[in-house]
Ligand binder design. Structure first.
Ligand code: NAD
Length: 439
């Protein structure tokens, strides 16, 4: 079902609520059937989605499969193979004064869930939350991002062909349509995007006392310790940073390191960019484009924030910005203001680990913190003395591909978590049950 007028969301929500009341989404069979159908849609129409992702973001086919289509398929398969076990009632010990009683918990579906997705991984970030919502027995309203119009259209066209349309609806549109949706009462709202809109979502949810999951972003630092191999660090930093042209919520936003390490890391980063994208990244099939002119202009405005170590070139007609590394960046430079969300990697120098920890703790809690270090003591200190949504040692971005790890932010980077069984926790109510025989 698609809708483009602000009147229709009320009807969509009412229709899905009526379906939920029938109880048809609750049996395990319905849930697994929907997940299999989602799987069928992705396997049969992988090329359609890959083409849409290329049109929206210039994503190469291999990257589209790896980070969106296959990623979601893995989440589906993981859920299908564990769902029955996850949903099992869990016994709880009873205290002595309730001798003879039994206690346990069961997962209740919440009802009708609204999923609002952003443009940067427009397929994965719409469908992966839906996997959890459907596996938990909910009806779902899916709202794709209008800034990725080809993907939004592909989802609106294909999802209703595969999923139960009485229980799942796609509502396309921008601010007016989303605003109209947010006026409806949902049982959970799962929002991925920026903190400004996150606040709008939370305000709208408060009116109905609807719980929210906010998957937001922020500046995720990468600390590079003394004595690490600069080429090994640079190869991993470059692969994580310039994936999707830097438009990844968990991309390393900036590097924090001491001056001597910075001096060795800078040429290594330049070499790593060439190794991954060749001498002309504009011609590289594995390098993406900036989503639109507004973001292009915002990003090129940040290029003067430091000394150009690599890249720096751009072409507005093709929305291309070269993978760029900036050295000697001051903590108060423009590029250190907001989340960069593009292919610019600034290097900020700090004296040592203490100063790095202070630097991190002086700022908003990041969605991810990365560190490259051989020292167990440094890893322990960063784990214990900082707070972030996730923590990656030696490898950026990859923690979110582990289905058994919760994915989510803390503080300004969001609230709540999902993936794997954490999605079941998010999209269900864990109901307490106590039973004591009468005799
Ligand atoms: P976006 O502009 O596509 O917005 C996200 C959604 O919010 C869209 O569906 C859009 O229609 C809706 N929206 C926009 N304005 C609205 C309004 N005024 N009222 C109601 N709804 C509105 O995406 P974005 O926010 O630019 O996404 C980028 C941000 O998302 C970055 O900060 C990034 O770090 C973050 N992000 C986080 C994650 C995560 O998993 N934590 C993943 C990807 C992106």
């Amino acid at each position: 079902m698609t809708s483009s007028t602000p009147e229709q969301p009320a009807a969509v929500a009412a229709r899905l609520r009526a379906t939920f009341r029938t109880g048809r989404t609750k049996p395990l069979e319905w849930r697994t059937d929907q997940l299999r159908q989602l799987r069928a849609m992705l396997t049969e129409h992988g090329p359609d989605f890959a083409a849409a992702l290329r049109a929206d973001l210039g994503k190469g086919e291999a990257e589209a499969y790896r980070t969106e289509i296959d990623f979601t398929l893995r989440e589906i398969d993981h859920t299908l193979s564990h769902l029955e076990e996850w949903l099992r009632p869990e016994p709880a010990p009873v205290p002595p004064h309730l001798d003879g009683a039994e206690a346990w918990t069961v997962y209740d579906p919440l009802g009708v869930v609204l999923v609002i997705a952003p443009w940067n991984y427009p397929l994965q970030l719409l469908l992966a939350p839906m996997v959890g919502a459907l596996a938990s027995g909910n009806c779902v309203v899916a709202k794709p991002s209008e800034l990725a119009p080809a993907t939004s259209a592909a989802v609106a066209r294909l999802l209703p062909r595969f999923l139960d349309t009485d229980a799942v609806a796609v509502v396309e549109g921008a601010v007016p349509e989303t605003t109209a949706l947010l006026e409806q009462r949902f049982d959970h709202i799962f929002y991925t995007g920026n903190g400004t809109v996150g606040r709008i979502v939370m305000n709208a949810a408060a009116k109905h006392l609807t719980p929210v999951t906010l998957e937001l972003g922020g500046k995720s630092p990468a600390f590079v310790d003394r004595g690490t191999d600069p080429d090994a660090v640079a190869a991993r930093l470059v692969a994580g940073k310039f994936l999707n042209a830097g438009q990844t919520c968990v991309a390393p936003d900036y590097v924090l390191t001491d001056p001597e390490t910075a001096a060795r890391l800078e040429p290594a980063l330049a070499r790593a960019v060439t190794a991954l994208f060749g001498d002309d990244p504009a011609a590289a099939p594995n390098y993406g484009r900036i989503i639109n002119e507004r973001h292009f202009d915002r990003l090129t405005g940040l290029l003067g924030s430091g000394r150009t170590v690599a890249g720096g070139t751009h072409d507005r007609d093709r929305k291309y910005i070269a993978p760029t590394v900036l050295g000697g960046v001051a903590p108060d430079a423009p590029v250190m203001g907001e989340e960069i969300f593009g292919p610019i990697l600034p290097i900020v120098e700090v004296a040592d680990l203490d100063e790095a920890i202070d630097f991190i703790n002086d700022r908003d809690k990041p969605l991810a913190l990365y560190a490259f270090t051989e020292s167990a003591q440094t890893r322990r200190r960063l784990t214990g003395e900082t707070s972030s949504g996730g923590l990656g040692f030696g490898l950026p971005v990859a923690h979110l591909t582990v289905s058994d790890l919760p994915f989510g932010g803390v503080g300004e980077s969001g609230m709540g978590r999902y993936h794997g069984r954490y999605s079941i926790e998010t999209f269900s109510h864990r109901k307490a049950v106590l039973s004591k025989p009468l005799a």
